[in-house]
Design a protein around this ligand. Structure first.
Ligand code: G4P
Length: 527
């Protein structure tokens, strides 16, 4: 095999997603420990915002700014290059997570055994399902009392509209937690709280009927395990890798991240089944990772919070070809060739200069304002990668310049913050007023704070009575014209110039949908 294909097939790029507090940070850290990427626990900073205050957010951003390396955690494990893409912990930043999910090839979803499926789990899994991203579930905190395993799997199947197949099965939980039976490798794995799972804790156990089972876990647990495994085998499909890779069936593991339990099994199975870099859809055609011409897209922009160094880092996901330092690439939106003298790669706790990168890798490019989220780089071919979604925001405010002498800084600052994807901005057609739309409350404060500290501009918010902003399209230009005239006051444009309908109430939205059947109202824009 050529070096290129060998490198390509070595990549596994994924994200760990969870509702806050389910154990994402802990699991990430344990994976890095098992992968040998870090030596001590506590090295992965939680990016969780405990209090929803802007100062808390800014502090976290500042710390992360110093070590942006936490955005991508790369490490080698069993000859594979594993790239974990970090996602923000706070739900006000869910949109950032949605975008990161466009750059991964698979996802691990962490669920708290006591909480089952929570709101963020639901939203994030939906985004994965939109593009058939293969998912593995990790049910965490088995050292605590929680839901019965069958009920939990039912909850996952119903709420997330997926099919699951357990690859491990818990033996008790909470104080009675004895370990798991690995159904995939037919091994009994005994629980040793707070210990690193050692080889001797693994007992190969092909035949659960063997009386030796009682010796290891006791009579009652052995009986329950036999019964439950029998039910599992009758109810759930046999694991089929292709079904998983197509996004049809999701394997499930049980464990306790904080106790290092079940993590190695998860990692060992992950490296065996997780997908290599997948093909990506561009507006023009499908791009396969085997293609040798470099293509990639920007899914995240990280601002340097220090106003003396206004540079930013744009994160480029390589989709095909080999990326090389100092080579010219075409920035499709600007129609210009750019080269990058100091691209960076992130290896766990270190940031290193890279000479080359392959599909699945994420490259950090220093940027002085050339990039927007969604931008494509190629070797010249006109390509626009699809699927960086913008979600219809839920909170709105008018934003006004509060210092007439700083109009230019205000406009520039807002534009750049929007390019970074901090929030979305709509301009109302009738009066040209700017409306900021966000997923969470925190972004309004972040915008205000960053305009002041980075752009020396001041903004003021005014309330606007809006329920939803949704994108509108129509096949019939006359129908669109008619709608635009009749609803003049409620029309705006987003930063790409797409038409947006601003609905004041859910009733108004509903009647508009009923009265104008030729207009398509969408709540996600795949710009
Ligand atoms: P997140 O990134 O998904 O938000 O969750 P994080 O890993 O920060 O974990 C949330 C809390 O759950 C932490 O406790 C963590 O120690 C705990 N936790 C993680 N895995 C397990 C597990 O397997 N069993 C139990 N019992 N707890 C677990 P915390 O008190 O919020 O923080 P800390 O002070 O312990 O760090």
């Amino acid at each position: 095999m050529s070096t290129y294909l060998t490198e390509l097939h070595r990549r596994r790029t994924f994200a760990i997603i969870a509702h806050p507090d389910a154990g994402k940070t802990t699991l990430t850290e344990k994976l890095l420990l098992f992968g040998g990427a870090i030596q001590t626990a506590g090295a992965v900073k939680s990016n969780k915002i405990k209090k929803s205050t802007v100062s808390d957010f800014m502090e976290i951003e500042r710390q992360r700014g110093i070590s942006v390396s936490t955005s991508v955690m790369g490490f080698e494990y069993r000859d594979l290059q594993i790239n974990i893409l970090d996602t923000p912990g706070h739900e006000d930043f869910a949109e950032d997570t949605y975008r990161t999910l466009t750059a991964v090839d698979s996802a691990i979803v962490v669920i708290d055994v006591a909480k089952a499926v929570e709101t963020q789990t639901e939203k994030l899994t939906k985004v994965c399902r939109m593009r058939d991203t293969p998912i593995i579930f990790f049910i965490n905190k088995l050292d605590r009392e929680g839901l019965d395993a069958f009920d939990l799997l039912d909850d996952i199947e119903q709420k997330l509209n997926v099919r699951v197949t357990p690859l491990s099965w818990p033996i008790g939980m909470g104080g009675r937690f004895k370990g798991v039976y690995n159904l995939y490798e037919k091994k009994l794995v005994l629980f040793n709280p707070h210990g690193k799972q050692e080889e001797e804790d693994l007992i190969v156990f092909e035949d659960l009927a063997s009386p030796d089972l009682e010796k290891h876990i006791g009579e009652s647990a052995a009986r329950t395990l036999r019964e439950e495994v029998e039910t599992v085998e009758a109810v759930y499909p046999v694991f089929d890798k292709k079904e998983y890779l197509d996004g049809n069936v999701c394997p499930v593991f049980f464990g306790s991240a904080v106790n290092n339990f079940g993590v190695k099994e998860l990692l060992d199975c992950f490296v065996e089944i997780a997908p290599t870099p997948r093909q990506r859809e561009a507006e023009e055609r499908i791009v396969k990772p085997e293609e040798q011409a470099m293509t990639g897209f920007v899914f995240k922009i990280f601002a340097n919070m220090d106003p003396r160094h206004r540079d930013r880092i744009a994160f480029l996901r390589i989709c095909s070809g080999k990326f090389e330092r100092n080579k010219n690439y075409r920035h499709i939106r600007l129609g210009r060739d750019l080269k990058f003298p100091s691209p960076t790669m992130f290896m766990a706790s270190k940031k290193t200069l890279l000479e080359e990168a392959y599909p699945g890798d994420v490259v950090g490019l220093y940027d002085s304002g050339n990039f927007k989220i969604g931008d494509t780089l190629t070797e010249g071919e006109m390509l626009h990668f699809k699927g960086i979604p913008a979600f219809s925001p839920e909170q709105f405010r008018y934003v006004e310049n509060a210092d007439p002498l700083k109009q230019k800084q205000f406009a520039k600052g807002l534009d750049q913050l929007m390019d970074e994807g901090v929030a979305q901005m709509f301009i109302r057609n009738v009066d040209g007023r700017r409306i900021i739309g966000t997923v969470g409350q925190l972004q309004f404060e972040v915008i205000q704070h960053r305009l002041e500290s980075e752009y020396n501009a001041k903004c003021r918010y005014e309330p606007v009575n809006l329920h939803k902003a949704c994108w509108i399209t129509a096949e019939d230009p006359k129908a669109m014209q008619d709608f635009l005239e009749r609803r003049r006051r409620d029309i705006a444009k987003d930063s790409e110039g797409n038409l947006v309908f601003l609905a004041e109430t859910s009733w108004i939205l509903q009647t508009a949908q009923e009265n104008f059947p030729k207009i398509r109202f969408s709540f996600i824009s795949e710009g």
